[in-house]
Design a protein around this ligand. Sequence first.
Ligand code: ADP
Length: 484
Amino acid sequence: MTLTPLGLDPTLCFIGGAWVRSSASTCLALINPSDGSALCEIACGSENDVDRAVQAATSALQGEWGKATAAERGRVLAKIGQGVLANVEELTQLEAMDVGKPLKQARADVIALARYMEFYAGACDKVHGETIPYLEGYTVYTLREPHGVTGHIIPWNYPMQIIGRSVGAALAMGNATVLKPAEEACLTALAFAEIARRAGLPDGALNVVPGLGAEAGAALTRHPGVHHVSFTGSVGVGKLIQETTARNVVPVTLELGGKSPQLVFDDADIDAALPFLVNAGIQNAGQTCSAASRILVQRGVYARVVAQMGKRYDGFRVGPALEDLDLGPLISARQKSIVEGYLAQADGLEVVGKGRIVADAPTNGAYVAPTLFAGVRADHVLAQEEIFGPVQVIIPFDTEEEAVQIANGTDFGLVAAVWSQNGARQMRLAKQLRAGQVFLNNYGAGGGVELPFGGTGLSGHGREKGFEALYGFSTLKTVAAFHG
Ligand code: ADP
């Protein structure tokens, strides 16, 4: 089977506004995780391709894109958003086949991508500098300017959402971008480039070079023509990228996942909390940076939460993405074996809920039944490490202090939630929890394109999403004029 996203040849790279062949002699196979079959081949971008892309981006900054006004940038981003919406069904199908997402999740990602483009389209002409009162005879003001060429290395779990928050914000500030999608899933990145081309995005403002992380990704991070790198992915690669970009003294935004907790207190509205407690664990089969993989529950409601979460888990069905069940497969056989490796360390833990893989699921699909463990010690490996699969642990606690200590007791700090009716406690914990986002009586706020997102500790640094991202994707110049 060969897929043609928006009629394209998926083995091509998008460089300088044109679809071009990679200089590498080989291609990479893209696997459908629902059945293990080959979907199509994609380019295996080389150092040379990355160099061509960086050169195209550099030329774009000197040409039409660099000269575009903020309002013109906004107009073209808005058109890209409309183009995304005009292709919802095709993008949904591509993402479902490529990533293994159930159709409804894939569709939600398409809508989120369009929302990012709408949001950043509207934001382009609303970022401005300041005037600063200074010494007699001076006028001082600041200018927000693009970094120049920005590199974007994204993972396979939410390609469209991460393109939206990363490339969308970078383009809004007038950067010219080079995108290296993940080798496991890149079809919607290619389709996005074609949508941007048709919307009239000037040549070179967006370039897409698919390929291997250690080749195309590494070439992009060390390229001297790149002025900012944003990366979403694993902690190990994030550290490598921070080291590599340090050599060129280039700023980097890192979003590296987490072990995010939801804290459920005795006075919580349990019925309201339940869908958030489980969905934040099983969404995208748990392959979500902000997955709530730890559920901390106070003793008074512990038995009830365990029973009700377990019941929901027992009803979950896992199967091919196109069957649109509760969960699809994991991204790959490799990811499946990583998750199974964690499950093998669950010896002695109590399984209180388990979903089921449907009977007709192809045997070569990367399926893992979602599993809920209760009574887990806070220092257990399943409660400490990011599993990136449909596994949640429930940890009991007695006091608020203990809950905070457990919540903050990992190396990560991405997201946290507090379920409690006590307003003072909500405010206290919002300050005490170590996380880039804290949700009070909700989790994830429905995606929140507008809400700054990013972590602390091993979860990374820098903020994407919302208006805040525009500061990260720009640099500040201070102009001091002496006029006497
Ligand atoms: P995962 O383990 O979840 O696949 P990775 O961190 O390995 O996450 O991958 C995320 C992205 O980083 C992918 O696009 C991948 O190709 C890229 N990548 C992997 N290794 C490197 C590297 N050494 N340099 C730059 N990018 C890399």
